[in-house]
Design a protein around this ligand. Structure first.
Ligand SMILES: Cc1cc2nc3c(=O)[nH]c(=O)nc-3n(C[C@H](O)[C@H](O)[C@H](O)COP(=O)(O)OP(=O)(O)OC[C@H]3O[C@@H](n4cnc5c(N)ncnc54)[C@H](O)[C@@H]3O)c2cc1C
Length: 359
């Protein structure tokens, strides 16, 4: 079986690796360089934010992936020599409106705990004063997603079954009647029996070309990076939907905005100042840290953040794995396993029905 995958973000890279490990020959085609769009721009929290507010289909993919991530990272490091820095430092949530819902959702397992003031400041000594309690998710990890992408790229370029073609935009999906036959690109035509679209926010545009409408919209997210001293922020800390994420070298990401502005990746001073003010309000020590970088990425937003994973009903051999919105990094391992299982007729990791395209 020959498979073409369109788009080498986190989803496309992991999809290629997954299929190649199952013996499938894959051509992965990327219009720019690997993982320079949303998968680079993201924060890398390996959990949905306020997870109890998400639907069961998102939770199912997240739970499967969260258990799988340590194993994935270990294998990737062995394959690539690059450590993606998966850090299980936990997630603190301040000023939550619906703590009872959160605790009820989590049940007895300790997945979410309520912590008092003393415990809160033990966990985050440099948090500004004035908070009396928080919700605490001790098992949540974050990953340094640009490093994850580099590790994935190194892993797949060492894999004989994968041909990676970068700087090559797919213009058109080629059909013979109601069956896909390949893709037309900057560098000519490529043929395959199966084509998987993992083009993130651009997925809908590619499918429109063959008369298929899929509601995936770009939602811009801006983020800033502080060059702070190691240990100033120890965990992912959230307040009012915004968060700070510490990296091992002391850098701290602060994000993010949610903006419906089409395919515009411009950054704005207003967002930069808002994100900086919120982060410094939580951690006054960040006021002394230089803001090293400010960027924007386009999240691929499907309705309710439930990705589309499956075959396009109208076109045999055409598949989609896209629309992961705010959670593409956490949902990726389960999403690619599900699509591989459907394509190869293997046991599925989760019930596939909620992710079908005709839902
Ligand atoms: C600010 C921000 C913060 C985030 N934080 C988190 C987080 O903490 N945790 C989390 O789980 N998720 C987070 N996300 C969401 C996550 O980054 C995305 O859901 C995920 O990266 C989507 O991956 P993807 O591979 O589908 O898309 P992308 O990474 O956008 O990749 C799609 C690829 O397809 C390529 N492509 C598009 N069109 C074509 C074409 N015609 N031909 C060839 N190639 C094409 C693009 O160039 C791109 O490389 C965040 C996102 C943003 C923007």
């Amino acid at each position: 079986m020959r498979v073409i995958i369109i788009g080498a973000g986190a989803i496309g890279l992991m999809q290629a690796r997954e299929l190649a490990q199952k013996g499938v020959a894959v051509t992965l085609i990327e219009k720019g360089l690997c993982a320079r769009e949303a998968s680079w721009a993201g924060g890398g929290i390996v959990s949905p934010l306020y997870p109890w507010r998400y639907s069961a289909p998102v939770t199912a993919l997240a739970s499967w992936s969260q258990s799988y991530y340590p194993n994935l990272v270990q294998s990737l490091e062995a394959e690539s020599g690059i450590d993606p820095e998966l850090s299980r430092h936990g997630l603190l949530m301040l000023s939550v409106d619906d703590p009872d819902d959160a605790l009820a959702w989590a049940g007895e397992g300790g997945w979410i705990q309520s912590v008092d003031k003393q415990e809160l400041y033990r966990l985050e000594p440099e948090l500004r004063e004035g908070f009396n309690e928080a919700l605490w998710m001790p098992q949540v990890a974050s990953i340094r997603n640009p490093r994850l992408a580099r590790a994935l790229r190194a892993s797949i370029t060492a894999e004989k079954r994968i041909t990676l073609v970068e700087e090559c935009a797919v213009h058109e999906l080629m059909l013979d009647g109601d069956k896909v036959t390949g893709v037309a690109t900057d560098k000519g035509e490529f043929e395959a029996e199966q084509v998987i679209v993992t083009a993130g926010a651009w997925t809908g545009g590619l499918l429109e070309g063959v008369g298929v409408h899929l509601p995936i919209e770009p939602v811009r997210g801006q983020m800033i990076l502080f060059k702070a001293r190691p240990g100033l922020v120890k965990r992912v800390v959230m307040r009012d939907g915004k968060y700070v994420i510490p990296r091992r070298d002391g850098r701290v990401l602060a994000g993010s905005t949610l903006e419906h502005v089409g395919f515009d990746k411009t950054t704005t001073e207003v967002a930069k100042n808002t994100l900086a003010d919120l982060a410094i309000d939580m951690f006054p020590g960040l006021a002394d840290a230089q803001i090293e970088h400010h960027w924007a990425g386009l999240r691929p937003a499907a309705p309710m953040g439930i990705p589309f994973i499956g075959e396009v009903p109208e076109v045999a051999g055409l598949w989609v794995n896209a629309g992961h919105f705010r959670n593409g990094l956490v949902l990726a391992p389960a999403s690619v396993r599900l699509l591989s299982a459907l394509l190869l007729n293997e046991t599925v990791p989760v019930d596939p029905v909620p992710y079908q395209l005709a839902r």
